[in-house]
Design a protein around this ligand. Structure first.
Ligand code: AOS
Ligand code: ZN
Ligand code: ZN
Length: 387
């Protein structure tokens, strides 16, 4: 039996990166609802991210999205974030909103478009050099909608060439993380549809290229924790984009749709050495808040990850090993589920208070006045993807 107190010290290592776009208005193709208090500037998004960290102690970095988060002086932006107690994290490229990229970016048949896409990534690396970011995250909207539309094989070759040019510009500790997604916005095929394709490209690129696993980017029924285990085994799991999905790439609050899946993922992360001060696996959120308040939505999200991490740390691995060795299927399953069904909320609240944090960060935020302040100060906030 593992007690909460035995595992609590390990919780201090948990750090979850929040995305700048979570604070902007977002929606579906049917409607984007405005939310009072929505940031009008990149600085206001960073201030909101810092607020999530202030109430939870869990979100010390914020990811940028270029060009959505374009500013004149990234050095000033870095200093602004640091003054608020957080750092700028992953830089996300964007080759999905320009007309030029209608038929692809790094995979496009026209070398001029490919040049433009590579140059955009090189500009992102320039930003990283100033912000001190470690990771360049690449998600490509590239793909086709109709069989025969383009040469699937040639697109892989163009992709490999473009990625190699980008990778060559990374320096020091910088890394490239390549995200996969099996559909959308292209529906017949995408150029990086699965972890295997991302892995193959990362392997060819080198040690500092790793796979980014977005939990919303798999077909229903996919065993995501298996992918986690395999990528960790291969030393190629770079980062997570955490979110929940019911149907498509829903980008809902992580742990909302299936907390048990999040628990199973965290068990494999811990089992595979992807958790703790020595791990280089980045835990990020990739979420939008279409109808709920954004800052409490982000607070809830990082707390959900903390809660499932705490439960995963409670797994009695010694007893589990013994049950497995004895071939006791039901006992092994029971031990696994014992950890999942342990309610750690009270213990976590006390643990937070022992570290000078509010026991209930959502309630503390709602009582604090920050929300009222931004609602009165910020008039005319923007949609997530503006520039
Ligand atoms: C898109 O589906 C991906 O999840 C990307 O991570 C994307 O860059 C992010 O959602 C922001 O648009
Ligand atoms: Zn993502
Ligand atoms: Zn996505």
């Amino acid at each position: 039996m593992v007690e909460f107190a035995d595992t609590a010290p390990r919780l201090a290592a948990l750090a979850i990166e929040v995305p700048s776009w979570a604070y902007g208005n977002s929606g579906t193709r049917f409607k984007v609802f405005g939310t009072p208090g929505t940031p009008r500037t990149v600085e206001e998004k960073i201030a909101d991210a810092a607020t999530v960290h202030r109430f939870t102690g869990l979100a010390p970095t914020v990811a940028l999205h270029i060009p959505w988060d374009t500013v004149d002086d990234y050095g000033e932006l870095r200093a602004y974030a640091e003054d608020l107690g957080i750092a700028i994290g992953t830089v996300n490229s964007n080759t999905f909103q320009d007309d030029a990229y209608k038929l692809g970016s790094l995979t496009h048949a026209d070398p001029k478009v490919r040049r433009q896409a590579v140059d955009h990534h090189l500009a992102c690396i320039d930003v990283m050099n100033v912000t001190g970011s470690r990771d360049l995250k690449i998600w490509l909207a590239d793909g086709t909608n109709y069989p025969g539309q383009d040469d699937i094989r040639a697109r892989q070759d163009r992709l490999a060439e473009g990625l190699a040019e980008i990778y060559a510009q990374l320096s020091g500790e910088q890394r490239l993380v390549l995200e996969y997604k099996f559909f959308e916005p292209a529906f017949y095929h995408t150029d990086v549809p699965d972890w295997g394709t991302s892995y193959a490209h990362c392997l060819a690129l080198g040690e500092r290229a790793k796979v980014c696993l977005d939990t919303g980017h798999h077909a229903p029924g996919t065993n995501i924790e298996f992918i986690v285990a395999q990528l960790l085994r291969l030393g190629k799991l770079g980062s997570f984009d955490f979110n929940s999905r019911f149907y498509a790439d829903d980008d809902l609050i992580v742990g909302a749709a299936d907390p048990y899946q999040l628990f199973r993922i965290m068990v494999e992360v811990i089992r595979g050495g992807g958790y703790g001060p020595d791990s280089d696996v980045a835990l990020m959120l990739d979420q939008c808040h279409n109808i709920e308040q954004k800052i409490p939505g982000q607070i809830r999200s990082v707390l959900n990850v903390q809660e499932m991490t705490a439960r995963a740390l409670l797994l009695d691995t010694e007893a589990l090993d013994a049950a497995r060795t004895a071939g006791d299927v039901l006992l092994a399953h029971e031990i696994f589920n014992d950890a999942f069904y342990t309610d750690v909320r009270k213990d976590l609240a006390e643990w937070r208070e022992s570290r000078g944090l509010p026991g209930d960060p959502v309630r503390a935020y709602l009582a604090d006045g920050y929300q009222q302040q931004i609602e009165s100060d910020r008039v005319g906030g923007h949609q997530a993807g503006w520039n």
